[in-house]
Every structure is written in structure tokens, then in C-alpha cells.
Design a protein around this ligand. Structure first.
Ligand SMILES: Cc1ncc(C[n+]2csc(CCOP(=O)(O)OP(=O)(O)O)c2C)c(N)n1
Ligand SMILES: [Mg+2]
Length: 620
């Protein structure tokens, strides 16, 4: 056997450089490089290995959580064909990644975490930052990654990577099982040399399959669809990852079944397609929610039916409603007692189309969907042109950004009141033009994620829309975007606090408690004093961005034009009226209200909560 003597860390990097994925004959190098912050837990191992492997580019980050968001966004933009590696030291550097790793797993996005770990040799323990546990020496802080990783391994001997790395790749490239993968690498073992079999480092191509569904189940699903008079398609993220937008449009047009979209699935159809009902669920449109409520059959394609999609299980009220679920993952395919079509969205939709020749919902049903589409577009127009304030409304900001952007540009967001408003109002013209992290809705994903999208496709302009609260939580990756010359256009919406949770707090009877960015008031003892004097423009400027402050809608439009001419990350700060909200349409979200309270507003909220909750259904 030919062998190559390498440190464990050098062997890991050399293996990763040579991993490729392929689907439909198209090959992609799976890892585009490695983000990292070095400390004693990885500087001499992975750090040294990266230094001597310049073809595997090393990127700096300012915060370990951020780099995992960047990697996840990069993977999402690449339809999971590519990702980035993230390396950290032991201790806080490692655990900083936990939040974003959970987000990657929940969003089914591949990220590889190479975390430093405590000495396997143990004699020098406790090392700096080492957790000690009285009953075991086999635990470190990296065990925190176990529940949020789809594969987790600790490498206590250098030869263990020979059997571990192929498992890492199997999971990362699996459409059904992908998510965060954690390899805990003890700092001493990273630097130990071993004679590795040379063929470990040969180029490997992992085929991402387009699995076909079971024939009997397909026949059952076809039967259910043929029996259905009022069917509805819900398009989830799987439609985009499978590159099934054309197959979906063909299927919808052939059958006359309208399409509603989840946050991850938005963009599956262009906004002006006659069968496009737009957003589904809590943050949905009237058309999607009314047709969902009445549907006798729901065809979920690549969706995991989050509570936002199902309106906390109140969205489907037809007593005879049934489900057909097209999904690569069993856990999703079987939801709601569906006829589970376990397989790739594109091929399953093609097989359904072939089996449903002659089936049509009819011209009346098609016309109804088209009318909903048109009526909704008029409502979007109204909200884009509200002429509120100044401070202007958030809907007007969304309209200005939508109009300034080209069809292929990307809008990106994650948390606050923006995701719901964007889900409703953004006119998507390109399948990859709308990027919402709404599986974990993690404040702080926005700018770090925008960087990942820009790295994935620098030809597109990336419009990061971020609330003031989320900006304050994590904005330091502006520095990395400047360092790497990946330009972002960041629209920072200042409504002086947490407008979304403020609204939620009002709805549960708590009147917005704790959601405004105000001084503590000496008289009341509460946080209800004057506004805090945060200078967002100065803050962004200090990180290296070009900054424009917009006072009103014409100012915002001018700022967006100016931003286009910039090649440096540009932050546009705009103030909005936090109480001028985009309304909800025909939907509800279950946020449990206090059953007892001395506050009358809470008692009232609980009463209406109890009655709304009665509409929740089990789909058995
Ligand atoms: C990391 C994290 N912490 C807390 C929350 C809960 N949360 C959701 S939205 C929100 C407020 C966001 O404020 P901002 O970014 O200003 O947006 P706005 O609500 O004002 O639109 C909070 C605290 C979250 N989603 N993520
Ligand atoms: Mg805010």
C-alpha cells in the first residue's frame, strides 16, 4: 500500500480539497475553502495545514457564529452543491458556533465544523478553557454539538479520520440527512503524523441522486389527485434545491393546481404567474390562505410544514382534506398522514405530470387563482405606495428595494418583522432571488449570510435587509465583506427596537414590554425613558462601509441608486414607523397566552386565544 505521511490536520485538509459532488452530469468542488479563527486548539493543527495548502483558501471571520451563517448561506445559494469549512479553537471559539450550527441543521444546509478539542493525551489537563466533569474525562464543551449535528465524531487517534471522513461526506451530500457535521479534533492529535493510505486523497465524486418514489404510493397519490376538486400545491425549499422550478410550473400549468409558497420555497414560481398565490400561512396572502382553508387535497413539495406554513395547524379546514407529500426526507414525507412520495422533487413532479394526463381543475378554479393573484398585486402596490410619514412604512422600504433591484439580485433577511412582510410583499422574479433564513429565524444571520450569498454568486447584487435589533446583535462581518471585496448593500431599518416582538407582546396583552430601545427611566424604574442615542451610520462607517442616511422615500430611492455605483459594502440607514405594520391576512399563529394574570389585557387576550386555538386540527 502506498502511504503518505501527514499530520492528521494536513490529511483532513488534503482529503477535503478533493471532494466533489455531481448531479445531472454537473460537477462541483464541494468545499470552497475554510473560514476560521485560530487559537491554541487549532493553530498548530488545522491552521498549519491550511497555511501549507493555499489552494484551499483560508478566510477570516470576526465571530465564529457568523462564519457558520456565512457557510450555510453559501450552501443555500449553491443549492447545497457547495459549502465552506469552519474551524475554531477549543472552548468559547467552538461553542460560539452552536447557535449557527443549529440553524444550519434546522434549515437542512451542509456545514462542516472542525472544532479543536482538549488533549486526548490528558496528562496536561485541564488545558486552558477545558471543561472538567467529575464523573468522566470523556466530555468536553464540544459535546454541546451532538444534538444539533447530523454527524458528530471525536478523533482520538489520527487513523480514525480514514473511516470518519467518508461518513462526513455521506451526510453532508445527502439531500435528506444534511446539516451541520462536527468533527472534534483534539489539539494534540491534529498535529500527530500518520502514514495515510494515498488513495484517501484521490478525487472523489459524490453523486446526489434523484430518487424515484414507490410505484404503489405514486398510484395512490395520483388517485387522490384525480379525485380532488380543490387541490393546492405548497412549494417548499426542496423545489429550489432539487432545481425543480420548471417541473413545478409544468405540473401546475398542466393540471391547473395553484401554488402557494413557504419562506424557503418563495421564488418557485415568479410572482406574476397566473397560478401563483404567493406566500402561504401566518405570513401569507388571502389567496393562499383561503384556497388552503378550502382545499380537499394539499400537495406539499419539499416542505417541512412549519407552524408558519400550517398557521399552527389551522390552515386546512376542509373536513376531507388529504395530503400528498413529495420529499426526500421520510420525516417530512409522512407528515399529516400523507401519501408519502419519497423522492426527488423534480422527478416526482415529472412522474405525476405523466400520470395525470387529462386531469384539470377546470377554468373556473384556474380563474379564481388568477384573480387572487391580481388582487394581491394590487394590495402590494397599495403597501409599496402608502405615502406614510416620514418616518415611512416598512412596506414602502420593501417596495423601493424591490424596484431598485434587478430580477437576478438577491434579497436576504432572517428575523424581526421583515421576514413576514417580505414573504408577503417581495415580488420574486428569479428562483434564487429571495433568501430567507426562517427555519431558525436567527437574528444576526443577515449580514454574515449576505456575505455567503455574495461569495456564492458575485455577479448578483445582494440586498441585506436588517432591523436595528438584529444589526446590533451581529454586524461585524461588514469588516470581512470589505476585506474580501464582496460588496453588500445593507438596508438597516431603524424602528428603535423590536417592532415584531412589540406587536406580538401587544397581542398577548403585554403592550410591548421590553421591546423598545429606551433609557431606563429614573422616575418609573422601567425602560421607558428617552430614545437611546445609537448612531448606526457612525457604527457602520467605523467598520469600513460606505454609509448613506435616508430620511424619506425619495431619499431612500436616491440612496439605493447611489449604492449601485459603489463597489464597497454600503449601508443605508432608514428610519421607519414601528407601528405602521403590514397587516395579517386570513391566518393565525399559536403563541400561548398566560392562563391567569392580574392584568386585564392579558385576560382578554387569553379569551380570544382560547377560541382561536379551537381551530387547530390533527391531520390523522
Ligand atoms: C438570536 C435571536 N434572539 C431572539 C430572537 C427573538 N426575536 C425575534 S424578532 C426579534 C426582534 C428583532 O428586532 P429588529 O431586528 O429590530 O426587527 P423588528 O422586529 O424591529 O422588525 C427578536 C428579539 C431571535 N429570533 N433570534
Ligand atoms: Mg427594529
Amino acid at each position: 500500500m502506498t502511504t503518505t505521511k501527514l499530520t492528521m490536520a494536513q490529511a483532513v485538509i488534503r482529503f477535503l480539497v478533493n471532494q466533489y459532488v455531481e448531479r445531472d452530469g454537473q460537477e462541483h468542488q464541494f468545499f470552497a475553502g475554510c473560514f476560521g479563527i485560530f487559537g491554541h486548539g487549532n493553530v498548530a493543527g488545522i491552521g498549519q495545514a491550511l497555511q501549507q495548502t493555499p489552494e484551499f483558501r483560508y478566510y477570516q471571520t470576526r465571530n465564529e457564529q457568523a462564519m457558520v451563517h456565512t457557510a450555510a448561506a453559501f450552501a443555500k445559494m449553491n443549492n447545497r452543491f457547495r459549502t465552506l469549512v469552519c474551524t475554531t479553537s477549543i472552548g468559547p471559539g467552538a461553542t460560539n458556533m452552536v447557535t449557527a450550527a443549529a440553524g444550519a441543521t434546522i434549515n437542512r444546509l451542509p456545514v462542516l465544523l472542525l472544532v479543536g478539542d482538549i488533549f486526548a493525551r490528558r496528562n496536561v489537563a485541564p488545558a486552558l478553557q477545558q471543561l472538567e466533569t467529575p464523573f468522566s474525562q470523556d466530555i468536553s464543551v464540544n459535546d454541546c454539538f451532538k444534538p444539533i449535528s447530523r454527524y458528530w465524531d471525536r478523533i482520538n487517534r489520527p487513523e480514525q479520520i480514514i473511516t470518519s471522513l467518508p461518513e462526513v461526506m455521506r451526510i453532508l451530500t445527502s439531500p435528506a440527512d444534511t446539516g451541520a457535521v462536527t468533527l472534534a479534533l483534539p489539539q494534540d492529535v491534529q498535529t500527530e503524523a500518520f502514514d495515510y493510505p494515498a488513495n484517501l486523497f484521490e478525487k472523489r465524486v459524490w453523486t446526489i441522486p434523484r430518487n424515484r418514489p414507490d410505484e404503489g404510493l405514486l398510484a395512490r397519490a395520483v388517485g387522490w389527485i384525480r379525485e380532488s376538486a380543490q387541490p393546492l400545491i405548497i412549494a417548499g425549499g426542496g423545489v429550489l434545491y432539487s432545481e425543480a422550478v420548471e417541473a413545478l410550473a409544468n405540473f401546475a400549468e398542466q393540471t391547473g393546481i395553484p401554488v402557494a409558497e413557504t419562506q424557503a420555497g418563495k421564488g418557485a414560481l415568479p410572482y406574476d404567474h397566473p397560478l401563483a398565490l404567493g406566500a402561504m400561512g401566518v405570513t401569507g396572502t388571502p389567496g393562499a390562505n383561503i384556497m388552503g382553508r378550502e382545499a380537499d387535497l394539499v400537495i406539499g413539495v419539499g416542505t417541512r410544514y412549519s407552524d408558519f406554513t400550517t398557521a399552527s395547524k389551522t390552515a386546512f379546514q376542509n373536513p376531507n382534506v388529504r395530503f400528498v407529500n413529495v420529499n426526500v426526507a421520510e420525516i417530512d414525507a409522512y407528515k399529516h398522514s400523507a401519501a408519502p412520495l419519497l423522492g426527488d422533487a423534480r422527478v416526482v413532479l415529472q412522474e405525476l405530470s405523466a400520470a395525470l394526463q387529462g386531469y384539470d381543475t377546470g377554468s373556473e378554479y384556474r380563474a379564481r387563482a388568477q384573480l387572487f393573484n391580481k388582487e394581491w398585486d394590487a394590495e402590494v402596490n397599495r403597501l409599496y405606495n402608502l405615502e406614510h410619514g416620514p418616518p415611512i412604512s416598512q412596506g414602502e422600504v420593501i417596495g423601493a428595494v424591490n424596484k431598485a433591484s434587478r430580477p437576478q439580485d438577491v434579497v436576504l433577511c432572517a428575523a424581526g418583522s421583515l421576514p413576514g412582510d417580505l414573504h408577503k410583499l417581495w415580488r420574486t422574479r428569479d428562483p434564487k432571488g429571495y433568501h430567507l433564513e426562517y427555519g431558525y429565524s436567527c437574528m444576526g444571520y443577515e449580514i454574515a449570510g449576505g456575505l455567503g450569498v455574495k461569495m456564492a454568486d458575485p455577479k448578483r447584487e445582494v440586498y441585506v435587509m436588517v432591523g436595528d435589533g438584529s444589526y446590533l446583535m451581529m454586524s461585524q462581518e461588514i469588516v470581512t465583506s470589505v476585506q474580501e471585496a464582496y460588496k453588500l448593500t445593507i438596508i438597516l431599518i431603524n424602528n428603535h427596537g423590536f417592532s415584531s416582538i412589540g406587536g406580538l407582546s401587544q397581542s398577548i396583552g403585554s403592550g410591548g414590554f421590553g421591546t423598545k430601545h429606551l433609557y431606563r427611566n429614573k422616575d418609573t424604574g422601567q425602560i421607558d425613558g428617552e430614545r437611546l442615542p445609537v448612531d448606526f451610520a457612525a457604527n457602520a462607517r467605523s467598520l469600513g462601509a460606505h454609509v448613506i442616511e435616508a430620511q424619506d422615500l425619495p431619499g431612500l430611492k436616491a440612496a439605493l441608486q447611489e449604492a449601485k455605483g459603489q463597489n464597497r459594502t454600503t449601508v443605508i440607514v432608514v428610519e421607519t414607523d414601528r407601528e405602521e405594520r403590514v397587516p395579517g391576512y386570513e391566518s393565525w399563529w399559536d403563541v400561548a397566552v398566560a392562563e391567569v394574570s392580574e392584568m386585564e389585557s392579558v385576560q382578554t387576550a387569553f379569551k380570544s386565544y382560547q377560541s382561536a386555538k379551537e381551530r387547530e386540527r390533527y391531520h390523522l
